[in-house]
Design a protein around this ligand. Structure first.
Ligand code: HPA
Length: 265
């Protein structure tokens, strides 16, 4: 059966409407994942959804403290080949007001080496290609699902990842915008590259929960705004995800599974 991993972000600690089957605890060589993996059934044709709340079931793991390696490794060890990451983001592009949903196609990583961001820090030297950071097949399914459901989404955009946990300064956001960034969050990386290093497919659904720092002038950013906007968008996210499941083919036709080909020195 098709298994789809979902890593939920701020304000998305569960996906209502899925039939909860069981919870799996996974031990990994990289330590503990953010919690147990919730296994649920959904859809027709049937799919198995493996859900992990990134910040823990009680939302007590900050973005810079998430064990991204354990989370992704755990997904793979449960037989997941496709992962969808759900991320709350700030809108850098003034054309992306709160409530916008972006299926990003690029990433800029400004976590600056502060996170464990590779599985290859031992003897083996591996450089995976990351020209296209997201799986084209998963992105295609998400976009087609949104179109079918009449849910407006922005079909491309560059996700800027900062280390946090503080929010950005006005100057940083202005810089990211000039550099070509559209949205900013704290969790998109290294999640995406770790999936690639294991040959897994990964795509992200970014929900704009607030205008990024300075975009609305002196507007002060609050986590209340982030959580409230995320709560308002839960239904739309669920609708898009559910519509995407049957559009994901059982066999992978994308380049993700071959990520390690000619990547070793
Ligand atoms: N910046 C960084 N991360 C975020 C933001 C933001 O404005 N909103 C939600 N996550």
């Amino acid at each position: 059966m098709l298994k789809i991993g979902i890593i939920g972000g701020s304000g998305l600690n569960e996906i209502p409407g899925l039939t909860r089957l069981r919870e799996e605890t996974v031990n990994t060589p990289y330590g503990e994942p953010s919690g147990g993996y919730l296994i649920a059934g959904a859809g027709f044709p049937p799919v198995e959804v493996v859900f992990l709340p990134r910040h823990g079931a009680r939302h007590d793991i900050a973005p810079h403290k998430v064990n991204y390696r354990a989370n992704i490794w755990g997904m793979k060890s449960l037989g997941v080949e496709r992962i969808l990451g759900i991320n709350a983001v700030g809108g850098i592009d003034p054309g992306l007001p709160p409530g916008s949903i972006v299926i990003a196609d690029q990433v800029m990583d400004f976590t600056c080496g502060a996170r464990q961001s590779t599985f290859y820090d031992g003897k083996e030297v591996v450089h995976v290609d990351f020209t296209e950071p997201y799986c084209p097949e998963l992105r295609g399914a998400l976009l087609e699902a949104a179109r079918k459901e009449g849910s407006p989404v922005t079909a491309s955009g560059a996700y800027v990842c900062t280390n946090g946990p503080r929010l950005e300064t006005r100057a940083e956001i202005e810089f990211f915008g000039r550099a070509g960034g559209h949205v900013v969050g704290m969790t998109g990386m290294p999640e995406a590259v770790l999936a690639r290093e294991l040959g897994l497919c990964y795509a992200a659904v970014a929900i704009v929960t607030n205008a990024a720092a300075g975009v609305l002038g002196a507007h002060r950013l609050t986590t209340t705004e982030v959580v409230e906007t995320m709560a308002q968008k839960t239904e739309s996210i669920k609708t898009i995800l559910k519509a995407a499941f049957p559009l994901i083919p059982a066999e992978r036709h994308c380049p993700c599974k071959d990520a390690l080909r000619e990547a070793r020195l």
